[in-house]
Design a protein around this ligand. Structure first.
Ligand code: BGC
Ligand code: NOJ
Length: 811
């Protein structure tokens, strides 16, 4: 069953039934100020950091689901309703939610009144704008009572949920005209406040939550709304909120706009106050004035649309398959921007409290984002590298506000350093900005021990070389990409987290074949980069290490039909036919086939065939097989999950594109495509009831074949699945791949594709690529004609002339 439809022309997903199988959300803002918003107006806002600068409160995992948001209540005589259906849940005559590129429009129609709310964060603005349009469609005048509602969070989202003995006494607000200011803790150490305004005089307000709702009522029935009378409450402690009250008269056919601004301000310490205890409101007033008319708001929205037109204009495909085109041209790229901004912090599955920016995650997110805004990717690379240690190891996460490494989680994930080579080389291939390699970048955020970014790459490479185990394979450390394969944990205490508990790495023989494959792939990238910048000795040195690693994998990482996954603490095989459960894992098949290890010996093809045979299922490729059915103390968290979920034989979508790429390396376009399509959300729209999460974005996990309900997705939005699928489909299936000296064209497609077109802006020129497949091939470029001239290589040269160039390709 479907709950809406794609409107590709407007780049929107339009939800027509509010009772989606799970809240289907969107993100507003893409730089400093952010909001999450669901299809029924749930969600919250924050400035930069979802933990330390949480502006509005949210209730996770509640009953009902998705409680708290940016709500409007309309009282039309005795009918009380909300434009987004919730929180009132009054049946609407019509409901529509349009999730677009960083904006959402909720529309409700009830008793001949239309209420449409446009929510967005304008570019370069620390505020969310809500433009509410009320229209009277009836033939008689309407007297409506309108109440807005947001609930302030006391800034630190974690302590907001636990330290009530303090919080219930600290809340403070100021009310001036139509603006409600939230200033809790401003008088002590905070130099920031937030505000909620409307661009017209109000007839009342409330700022105390219990007064507004009544202690025993829920979001759906605030007492003041039922009574149709605000109480002008001023919050002192307890739970501050902001609610405006407006009396609206509409003649037949008349429409009125109301512009609400929910904003955030930071003041210099010396400019904090206007007078004793009265906050300096200048900056808030400036922002409010920037958006005080509908024309100004519409202009800001048009700017936002233009911004997205530009971003999405860099890569477009015309394949003739709408489902593919809308993913590649719109939603997959949009999701890449969102994961770039948030890493794994704030979604409807990540609380925004626990996790900052991941070292490996952010590097991988870059590969789907770098073509959009390379300057921001550059800044991110420097931030990430600054949290590295001099020996190449690194903090696993850092906090976006402070950009400091997160001590609670610490380091020791031995795959982490290698992803910096991926992020950096992708960036340079896109931009040719080799200068970034000379940037001085701190270690451990300490500028006194800064070295060039290139040096950071060298120590990243060497961190693997310096940490090899008994089989010549990389020691796994705390864990590799699979956070839950904890080979050094041995945890028997349910009160400790696998992610942070002390590891027994002393004397451990635990090695990772996945890191080995990863090392070969990104080691080669490191070598290519060294050669490119004339460091041939370093390239030779590195190449020797890579050759040794290839041999170690062939000798000690091969199980006969597939690559083993690891060696455990004691040196026993993990992911081998010798094991009782989890005989095969996806990660090592992905990385070793991408590295082409044992290609001549037929190992790659065998490994890929084993994936097909043992890991593939109707809904995608599962992580391991058979699933673990009991807890293995020597494997850790992976075996805690019920069979078929998460890292225990779930379809962990992040790694499926690794196999897609492996298949394209092997030339099997049919299979690559089949795998791509299986987890691609636009192809799953019609099974939304089963799939549950949004049909416009990838989820981290789809329940695998051993699960109770195979095909059910969880953890949508913030997942490396976004960037990896974009990377796989654009660079390996469609085969348009940036390289240092030009654009490589090397598609690997299903046999029955006849042709497709791609437009790619790259280094100051636009490449209009048409690929024809008259002979039903899967791979292999037979002929390329550029601007009418046949070229002999599939590396299309750089033009850098601001013009458009025709590239005709025949397979
Ligand atoms: C999850 C992983 C996640 C890790 C770190 C685990 O419980 O299964 O997917 O990466 O926690 O937060
Ligand atoms: C999610 C984490 O964000 C990522 O870093 C990890 O690689 C995967 N889970 C697999 O465990």
């Amino acid at each position: 069953m479907k709950y809406g439809y794609f409107d590709d022309r407007n780049r929107e997903y339009v939800i027509t039934n509010p009772r989606t199988p799970w809240p289907w959300i969107n993100y507003l803002g893409n730089e400093d100020f952010f909001s999450l918003i669901s299809n029924t107006a749930g969600g919250y806002s924050f400035y930069k950091d979802a933990k330390f600068r949480r502006l509005t409160r949210y209730r996770y995992n509640n009953v009902p689901m998705d409680c708290g948001g940016k709500y409007f209540y309309i009282k039309d005589n005795d009918t009380i309703w909300s434009p987004g259906w919730k929180p009132c849940k009054t049946e609407l005559d019509q409901y529509e939610c349009r999730h677009g590129m960083n904006y959402t429009i909720l529309k409700g129609v009830k008793e001949e009144v239309t209420a449409e709310v446009l929510y967005f964060v304008p570019l370069k603005t620390w505020a969310e704008i809500q433009k509410l349009t009320l229209t009277n469609n009836s033939s008689h005048p309407k007297q409506l009572k309108l109440f807005s509602f947001v609930e302030w969070c006391l800034w630190n989202a974690a302590s907001d949920m636990e330290n009530f003995q303090r919080n219930f006494s600290t809340g403070e607000v100021e009310i001036e005209g139509s603006v409600i200011y939230h200033k809790t803790e401003y008088k002590e150490r905070r130099d920031h406040y937030s505000y909620y305004s409307v661009n017209t005089p109000v007839q009342g307000f409330d700022t105390d939550r219990e007064t507004f709702f009544g202690l025993y009522n829920g979001f759906e029935e605030p007492q003041v709304v039922s009574e149709g009378m605000p109480r002008f409450s001023e919050a002192h402690g307890w739970s501050p909120i902001a609610s405006h009250y407006l009396e609206v008269e509409l003649q037949p056919g008349e429409s009125k706009d109301f512009i609400f601004v929910l904003g955030y301000v930071e003041n210099h310490a010396e400019e904090k106050w206007e007078s004793k205890n009265i906050i300096n409101k200048d900056k808030a007033k400036e922002t409010i004035a920037r958006f005080d008319t509908s024309v100004k708001v519409d202009t800001a929205l048009a700017e936002l649309r233009q911004y997205w037109d530009n971003l999405l204009g860099v890569f477009t495909v015309d394949s003739g398959d709408d489902k593919l085109d809308r993913m590649v041209n719109i939603w997959n790229q949009y999701q890449c921007m969102i994961t770039f901004c948030f890493s794994r912090s704030a979604s409807y599955f990540e609380s925004g409290i626990g996790r900052g920016m991941g070292f490996r995650d952010s590097n991988q997110d870059l590969i789907g984002f770098v073509h959009q805004i390379p300057e921001r990717a550059r800044e991110r690379i420097i931030d990430i590298a600054s949290t590295q240690f001099p020996d190449g190891g690194c903090y696993h996460q850092y906090q976006p506000l402070t950009k400091r490494g997160n001590n609670e989680v610490g380091g020791g994930f031995n795959d982490d350093p290698l992803w910096l080579i991926l992020g950096t080389t992708c960036y340079i291939k896109e931009t040719a900005d080799f200068g970034i390699l000379d940037e001085l970048v701190p270690f451990d955020n300490n500028p006194a021990i800064a070295r060039s970014l290139f040096h950071h790459l060298t120590v990243s490479f060497d961190h693997v070389v310096n940490n090899l185990g008994p089989h010549g394979l990389p020691l796994i450390g705390r864990a590799d990409w699979n956070d839950c394969l904890n080979l050094n944990c041995f945890s028997n205490d349910p009160n400790e987290s696998f992610q942070t508990t002390e590891n027994k790495t002393e004397g451990s023989k635990a090695e990772s074949v996945m890191i080995a494959g990863l090392f070969v792939v990104y080691g080669r990238e490191y070598v290519a980069l060294c050669r490119k910048i004339g460091k041939s000795q370093e390239a030779d040195r590195a190449q020797t290490q890579i050759d040794l690693m290839v041999e170690s994998i062939k000798n000690n990482g091969w199980d006969g039909e597939w690559f083993i996954r690891a060696y455990d603490f004691y040196g026993a095989k993990v992911g081998s036919k010798e094991n009782e459960e989890a005989k095969i894992f996806i990660e090592s098949q992905g990385w070793c086939t991408m590295a082409g290890i044992g290609q001549q010996e037929g190992q790659c093809i065998k490994a890929l065939d084993s994936v097909k045979q043992l890991l593939d299922c109707e809904h995608g490729i599962v992580l391991n097989h058979p699933a673990f059915t009991k807890y293995y103390v020597e494997y850790g968290e992976i075996s805690t999950y019920p069979a078929g979920y998460k890292e225990n034989a779930g379809i962990f979508c992040h790694n499926n594109p690794w196999i897609v790429i492996g298949e394209t390396e092997a030339g099997n376009g049919n299979r690559a495509w089949d795998y791509y399509r299986k987890i691609c959300p636009s192809y799953l729209e019609s099974i939304s009831d089963l799939h549950k999460t949004e049909p416009y974005v990838y989820a981290q996990m789809i329940a695998g074949k051993d699960a109770f309900r195979p095909g059910e997705a969880k953890n949508s939005w913030l997942t490396g699945t976004a960037s990896w699928n974009f990377y796989a489909v654009t660079q390996y299936i469609l085969g348009i791949r940036p390289d240092y000296d030009g654009l490589i064209i090397d598609p690997c497609i299903p046999q029955d594709w006849k042709s497709f077109k791609v437009s790619r802006q790259f280094r100051g020129a636009t490449y209009q690529v048409t690929v024809d497949n008259p002979h039903g091939r899967m791979k292999g470029v037979k002929k390329i004609v550029v601007d009418g001239k046949t070229v002999l290589s599939n590396l299309i040269p750089l033009f850098m002339d601001g013009k458009s160039h025709d590239v005709m390709v025949v397979l």
